[in-house]
Design a binder for this molecule. Sequence first.
Ligand code: ADP
Ligand code: MG
Length: 575
Amino acid sequence: ASNMDEGVKVDGATVLARALKAQGVEYMFGIVGIPVIEVGMAAQAAGIKYIGMRNEQAASYGASIIGYMTGKPAVCLVVSGPGLVHALAGLSNAKENCWPVIVIGGSSEQDQEAMGSFQELPQVEAARPYCKFSARPNSIERIPFYVEKAYRQSIYGRPGACYLDIAGNMVNATVNEKDVWSSIICPPPPKSFADPESVKVAADLLYYAEKPLVIVGKGAAYAHAEAAVQELVIGAQLPFLPTPMGKGVIPDDHDLCVAPARSKALQEADVILLLGARLNWMLHFGMPPRFNPKVKIIQVDICHEEMNNNIKAAAMLVGSLDTVLNQLNEEINRRPGKFAFSKAAPWWKTLKGKIQQNQQSVQKMMSDKSVPLNFYSAYEDIQKLLPKDCIIVSEGSSTMDISRTMIPNSLPRHRLDAGTYGTMGVGLGFAVAAAVWCRDHAPEKRVVCIQGDSAFGFSGMEIETLCRYKLPVIIIIMNNNGIGFGMDDDSWQSLSESTDLTLTSPPTSLMATAHYERMMAAFGGNGYFARTTEEITKCVSAAMSKQQVSIVNVMINPMSMKKPQDFFWLTKSKI
Ligand code: ADP
Ligand code: MG
């Protein structure tokens, strides 16, 4: 055959990379190996930034948090078989949190299918339960079609995860460039409005409510709806409660925030405006005894199927959060005079009273500076040193729970935590991704990763990634010697000398007083060890002053936990 009329050749890796770039993909996180090394290289050649991670879990978490922060998917690139299996962690986490991400897995060659080929796994099927779209392109020419479809499905409607499987033989094989499908460039998701009749019902419910409450979820943060949310809440002077990742849509220190009276607010509210949050375990399913059995819920969500989940909604507002809130604001402004509810109402007195009472009990623990410090006391010192615009990554049990109340957020999408799936081990993947995003888009911001010692351990090797790419994250390890809690130093020493630890060490225990900060010496970052208030202040300030990676290892009393709760069932909840 003559080569003359065939024209320019292009390989599969390049077709894939160019298609991703054309859709606007900015970042690819991954671990390469056979058969995807060339995909990583082609991505860089196409202008996609490639971040090489140390395990696929962290890579998949990192890619998905870019999706949450920006509303556009990043890619996670993994090898076949075990590579994809590890990345299912991030796929399922993204699915549960409704975050866009595209995982791309290399896979075995097409003509070796079912033969027992290298790392063979039914990858499209393995990914499918966690995906909105999972597919294997059947030719190099059609790859751009699949890429557009995955990109679109990840961000349209309720956001979520997608998987593309690239057969190993397609990576280096070439086709005629003119035969490659040209792809539709996916526009941003179209905005949708709620049914105007439901908007009227919702406005009336709020207008006549005696004990209204607004719950601000991470869907509101994802939707970048902060302006509309603030207009409504501040305009009508409504008490609001953020979910953990809804923090910062309205600043935590706003006087309408009733987070310190959370239980009371949930239990007694008669009308709840639910903004981009699901009535799942994190909100106790919307049910008694945690909620008023007669509460009327106004549900605002982009997902039709979410309506009436667990509790029948009094008004169903399906649409894009920002446009729906604009509708609601307009409808409310049409009503005369003041709401039935006002800041002079008994409801505010109840809430304010409870806020004061709870603040007093926390104050006691904050001012207890005995060593080893308790969580509240350590956070009181740390919190003062954090810039208002920093991105806080937080995970661990008490470390995360208590940071939610002790570390305020002023800006939306600035708290990244274990999320809907309660996933431990997300922290360093999130930190790498948040830091690379800050480097490119907000270089004045710092990323501070506050983790328990157990949570740090899941992906501790990503400190090499941070140092390699010079991403100046400050990792603060709240070290209580274990999962939830561990043993104090003396008990640990005597136990380990006298017994077989595999029979006697509590399953929650990790090494007592482990010097995680010394790991920094291996990669050229800064390590600090802090036991006292003074040491915390000194070490965190020093870390802040350097544009480098730091670990501050803060020793916490293993017996320090959450403040005593009014109801025993509170202690079971993560929020
Ligand atoms: P939280 O953990 O804060 O309670 P969830 O993850 O449970 O939040 O809920 C977030 C909700 O936001 C999901 O039900 C999702 O469908 C919804 N959502 C996501 N994007 C939008 C959007 N642009 N407009 C409206 N709702 C959205
Ligand atoms: Mg711990």
